[in-house]
Design a protein around this ligand. Structure first.
Ligand SMILES: C[S@@+](CC[C@H](N)C(=O)[O-])C[C@H]1O[C@@H](n2cnc3c(N)ncnc32)[C@H](O)[C@@H]1O
Length: 346
């Protein structure tokens, strides 16, 4: 159990136990290339895990914690870092399990905003250019495709759960390349999210295309959607307009890849720039709002939240990444956000 203090470091129990993009209560594979009707109509499964007041999670009596047949992240997810002064909770485990536990405790929703950067399903033997060298695309087991139907089923499952834990006026941002983003968009339509914008994040210095048989990939898409058609989502129009020199901000955002300093505690193969997540936060949340990142990676979302005074819950399958995330957020927490600000009350 995590210590009761304002700020706890990563628990030594958070050992690396491998990565599986797995989830419990797997639905049967879809028929004929379409998502099964079961998936469309079924409510997200009820959780066998109980979220306690202190943020830790326990398994109910009927649930055997952990799947002993293969290496997985801890089950139920393990609270490995918390900073109550900043409002930050980081879990090591499977986001689907955490989302079920949160939805059980907060059936009317808990988060104002979600930033999700899910597996892209692109690590399947292709080649790319890294630091001037030709290398195989292998970002990790979590990024391997299981075929379009199962990939889509996974996207339906985590998006359904995200929709349940959003507050009625909450919104979600999801980033991805063409390998995953069409499935995400389709799943959002199936689940009756209200799609608000599709942002093209343009990278000014993309790696060259070595095969010379395609254009150089230089954009990623970020879909922004409200919980449903009835949602009155937050959009800080004036802040975005001012950030754009007094003109309406467009849906093409040019931003560089993460700077070296953002990788000071360790690298993640698909790490996002802090500036990108900060813009999403500034556009769609207010100070003190609670944000969720179900695929935390190296913790870019939690770093952006800490620097903009938003609260954040993050969950990550791989222990080494969640440890880096905790170190990054500790470093931000030590930086005074305002020269003359008082220390946070203890
Ligand atoms: C695209 S990366 C996110 C990178 C992150 N935005 C950053 O800037 O560092 C996706 C992450 O999701 C994690 N992941 C995959 N499946 C997961 C699951 N079911 N639950 C929690 N994390 C998962 C992977 O280990 C990987 O680190």
């Amino acid at each position: 159990m995590a210590k009761k203090s304002d700020s706890s470091h990563v628990s030594p129990n958070a050992t690396r136990r491998g990565a599986h993009t797995s989830y419990r209560k797997k639905a049967p594979p879809p028929q004929n290339g379409h998502a099964s009707s079961d998936l469309r109509s079924a409510p997200a499964s009820s959780s066998a895990f109980i979220l306690r007041e202190d943020g830790t999670i326990e398994a109910d009596e009927d649930t055997q914690a952990g799947d002993q047949t293969r290496p997985t992240a801890p089950s139920p997810p393990h609270l490995v870092y918390r900073n109550e002064a900043r409002g930050i909770w980081l879990y090591h485990g499977n986001s689907l399990e955490l989302l079920d536990a949160i939805a059980n405790k907060y059936p009317d929703g808990r988060f104002e905003m979600i930033f999700a950067d899910p597996p892209y399903f692109l690590s399947n033997g292709g080649i790319t250019c890294h630091a001037g060298r030709m290398v195989k695309v292998d970002k990790g087991d979590w990024d391997k495709s299981r075929g379009p139907e199962l990939n889509h089923e996974f996207n339906m499952e985590w998006l359904r759960r995200c929709q349940r834990v959003l507050k009625p006026n909450g919104s979600i941002w999801v980033s991805g390349t063409h390998h995953v983003i069409f499935s995400i968009g389709y799943a959002m339509q199936q689940l009756s999210f209200k799609i608000l914008n599709d942002i093209a994040w343009e990278k000014p210095n993309p790696p060259p295309n070595l095969s010379c048989r395609y254009f150089t990939h230089s954009t990623e898409t970020i879909l922004w959607a409200a919980k449903n058609e009835k949602s009155r989502h937050t959009f800080n129009y004036q802040i975005m307009r001012e950030a754009n020199g007094g003109k309406q901000m467009k849906t093409v955002w040019e931003m560089a890849a993460p700077r070296n300093g953002e990788k000071a505690f360790g690298k993640h193969p698909t790490q996002k720039p802090v500036a990108l997540v900060e813009r999403c936060l500034l556009a769609s949340t207010n100070e003190g709002d609670l944000v969720l990142d179900p695929f935390l990676g190296n913790g870019t979302t939690v770093v952006a939240c800490a620097s903009l005074s938003r609260r954040c819950v993050g969950v990550e399958l791989e222990s080494n990444y969640v440890e880096i995330a905790a170190k990054r957020v500790e470093a931000v927490s030590r930086e005074p956000s305002d020269l003359f600000a008082l220390p946070a009350p203890r």
